[in-house]
Structures are given as C-alpha cells and as structure tokens.
Design a protein around this ligand. Structure first.
Ligand code: SF4
Ligand code: SF4
Length: 458
C-alpha cells in the first residue's frame, strides 16, 4: 500500500517538476509581500486580528503558521519545504545559474558554519524584536534572502551552496528530517557512508550512490526516475527509524553538539522575555552602570542591532543588547553543558552494561535521542501563536496548556524510546538498558523544566 502511494507521488513530481519554478515564483512574491508590505502600512490598532489588518496577518502567517508547521511537517514529509516551496533556496539557485560559479571555499564547508549562522540569526532576531516588529522581520529575512542570493551567485556550479552550508533553518530541518517519515534511497547502493561531491545532479552535493542519511536531502526529486534502475527512489518509513539505527546512518558529532546548542539558544530566546529574574538582573546592571558612569551602556542602541521603536514604546539601550546576547549565550552554554554531561554519562554507562563502540561513537549516537523533545520545545516556545485559536474555544487557556503539555510529553516519550532503540543497537540487552537511559530521562526532564513557562506559564 505505502509503496503504491510513494510510487504515485514519485510519478507526480517527476511529471510536473518542470513547473516547480512557477511554484517558487509564487512563493517568492508571497514571501516578499509578507516581509515588506507591512513597512508601508500604518501600525495595526490594538484590537486588530489577522482578518482585519495585513500586518497582523503577516505576523500570524510567519510565527503562528509557517514557523511551527514547518517543523511539524518535517515529521511527515522531511525537508519537502526546502525542495518544493522555499523561495530562498530557489532564489539562491536561480542566482547560481547566472553567477560566477567559483569553487566552494573551505570556510563555507566547515561543519560549524550553519551552527554559527543559526545562533547569530536567533540572537539578532531577539535583540531586534523579530516577533513584534515588521522592520525586524524585513531586516532579518531580507538580509538572509540577500545573503542566499549572493552566496548562490558566487559559489558552486548548478548547486545550492547556501542550503547545504549556510542556511540557519536548513541545518535544523536537516537534523529533524532524520526523524521524518520520508527518505530518498539509492535503488542500487554502493558501500561506504554518505559522502560529498560537487559532481552530479544533486544540488546539495550528495554522492547519490552512497546516500544513507536524510539530513542534506532537500527532496527536490531531481534524482528520481522511476524507469531508471540506478536512480533514487522515495520511500515512506517509520518516523524515527533513522535515529533508532543512527549507527548505520552517518552519526555526526557536530550534529549532536548542534542539537544541544540550538535547544539552549532557543530556550534563551524565550526565557529572557518571560523571566522576572532577567529584569531584576538587568536593573541591577543598569544601576551599576549609573554608579560607575558607564554612560555608553545607557545610550540608545543601533537600530540595526536592537529594537528602537519609540512610537510603539519600545527602545532598547546598549545595555539591553549586551544583556540579551549574554543571557542567550549563557542559556546556550548551560544547557549544552548539561545535555553534554547527561549524554556523556549515558555513553559511559552504556559501556558498563555491554554497549559496543568507542566512547565518542556512543556519545554521538545517544546525543540524537534529544531530537524529538528539542523539536517539540521549539514549536511550543517559539511557535506558540499556533495554539492561540484554542483560547477562543470553550477549552480556553486550559485547552492551550493541555495541548502543549500533551505535545511535550509525547516528544519526551519519543526521545526515551529513541534512546532505548539506540542502546539496543549498541548491543545493550533489554534488561540493563534502564541504567544508561536514566541520564537521557533526566536530560529530557531538564528541558521540560526549562520550557515550563512556555507550556504552563510562570
Ligand atoms: S535550506 Fe534554507 S534556504 Fe535552502 S531551501 Fe531549506 S529553508 Fe530554504
Ligand atoms: S538526493 Fe535527490 S532529492 Fe535529495 S537533494 Fe539530492 S537530488 Fe534532490
């Protein structure tokens, strides 16, 4: 049954993929409208709704629909957004067709480049107030779009260098696509693990005959040809199976650490807004600045770096810039150290109860167990507008909390299940797996405690 459905989907996209540029063009126009039209409109009144004012609609479309649904869609269809709809990746590829086609430099190919890109974008998004101000949306997404086009223009031949190496969202989607229900696999697979090649048709430089992981596949269907014996085919699979068997799917230490870092920085992005303790520390630092005559700290910050909107009663000082950046980096480091320690303990205990492989290998594999709980946290915390319509139903605020709580518990249970399967593949017998699973459970609970204000309020 599933193979018939996947064959039908393959045939559909192979037949109609030449029309994809039209889809991208429509998405590009819609994206530009959402980014820039609100700049030309007066601010919405207090009681505006998405149905009565375009700026409110654009904000809800971005943060209430696109952001959370993009991450949820990965579970069902992998990176289909990237290959089929994303106007940024498509624009980068259009630029590449007419561009300079220079060799891809080493600094771009570094594993940490998209991590830095994600952290910088997330932090700037907070200091500029990207969820509240259309100017910040235009700056962050507009600059990202411009960078995608410039990188596409400069580097690679018929490739999406931006999507593989730099996109702050792509790296995240790639990681979560490992738990997705869709994969593209070679019909005839050669030995060895996933490798990188600039030859061939894959826009994200995957050596197709060796392909054994999902993260770089943007599902563009370019390599799919149902008639050709040596091509790639699309298949459905049980969600999570790639992480359960991560030992066979090119587990990557940088990806595990990225999972910890991005969970931490996203948490910081939410907590500084809601924690009264953050305001107390800010006040104390402000008092110290006054006492010591550090006037520059109390000056209004650059509108390119912080939110400066006196007409909306929000003006950030350099103090706010430093405090927000510092708070988010501290959250990121603290959660990374915590999850790293829990994963280290799990990897150490795994060996004590029969787990096979080097410590580094076991550590990397067990790091992936946090993927579901981390993804759910992102949706609940930063995509919380998605749940707002529930408030208008008879369920009210309790309904919102119940749905969010249920989602979080599901994410946590899935993480523990993945941990159990990863340990099974490390040859730990069922009766003794509970021991190395304990640190994983504690790590998930720690994430839950940190995100508590997002789920249930303070
Ligand atoms: S990697 Fe980024 S720019 Fe590329 S298609 Fe995906 S979301 Fe769009
Ligand atoms: S593996 Fe195939 S579907 Fe995936 S990105 Fe490469 S060419 Fe596109």
């Amino acid at each position: 049954m599933m193979s018939r459905i996947s064959a039908a989907i393959e045939s559909f996209f192979v037949r109609y993929r030449s029309y994809l540029p039209w889809v991208h063009a429509v998405m590009f126009v819609m994206f530009m409208t959402i980014l820039f039209l609100p700049l030309l409109l007066p601010d919405p009144p207090e009681d505006a709704t998405p149905l009565t004012h375009f700026t409110t609609f654009a904000n809800y479309a971005l943060w209430g629909l696109w952001f959370p649904l993009l991450f949820l869609s990965v579970i069902f269809s992998g990176r289909s957004w990237c290959g089929l709809f994303c106007p940024m990746g498509a624009a980068s590829e259009w630029a590449n067709k007419i561009g300079l086609k220079r060799p891809i430099p080493g600094w771009l190919r570094w594993e940490g480049t998209p991590v830095v890109s994600f952290i910088v974008t997330t932090i700037l998004g907070q200091t500029l107030g990207v969820r509240d101000h259309p100017e910040a949306v235009a700056e962050i997404f507009g600059c990202t779009m411009a960078a995608a086009i410039v990188i596409g223009f400069l580097y690679g031949q018929r490739k999406r260098v931006w999507c593989r190496h730099l996109c702050p969202i792509g790296r995240l989607l790639g990681l979560y696509s490992r738990i997705g229900a869709v994969q593209f696999v070679p019909k005839v697979k050669l030995g060895g693990c996933d490798s990188y090649t600039e030859k061939g048709i894959c826009p994200t430089m995957i050596a197709l005959a060796h392909k054994n992981e999902s993260r770089h596949c943007i599902e563009c269907f370019r390599c799919v040809n149902p008639q050709a014996k040596g091509s790639i085919r699309m298949e459905f699979r049980r969600p999570g199976i790639e992480i359960e068997k991560i030992r066979d799917h090119n587990a990557n230490p940088a990806e595990s650490w990225f999972l910890f870092l991005d969970t931490g920085v996203a948490l910081g992005a939410f907590l500084w807004l809601v924690l009264p303790q953050y305001q107390n520390v800010r006040q104390a630092v402000g008092d110290i600045a006054i006492d010591h005559g550090w006037d520059w700290l109390l000056q209004v910050g650059s509108p390119w770096l912080v939110s400066v909107h006196p007409e909306r009663a929000e003006v950030f000082l350099w103090l706010d810039f430093i405090m927000i950046v510092g708070f988010m980096l501290c959250c990121m480091l603290a959660l990374t150290i915590l999850l790293g320690a829990m994963t280290g303990a799990a990897a150490w205990l795994s060996a004590r109860v029969g787990g096979k492989g080097e410590f580094r290998q076991r550590f990397t594999e067990l790091g992936y167990l946090y993927a579901p709980v981390s993804m759910v946290s992102l949706i609940l915390g930063l995509g919380n507008l998605l749940f707002d319509p529930i408030k208008e139903t008879p369920l009210g605020m309790h309904g919102v909390q119940a749905v969010k709580g249920a989602l979080f518990v599901a994410g946590m249970a899935w993480s523990i299940w993945l941990g159990d399967r990863i340990l099974s593949n490390q040859s730990v017998c069922a009766a003794r797996r509970w021991l190395p699973l304990l640190p994983g459970l504690m790590g998930c609970m720690a994430i839950g405690v940190c995100w508590w204000p997002a789920i249930f309020g303070i």
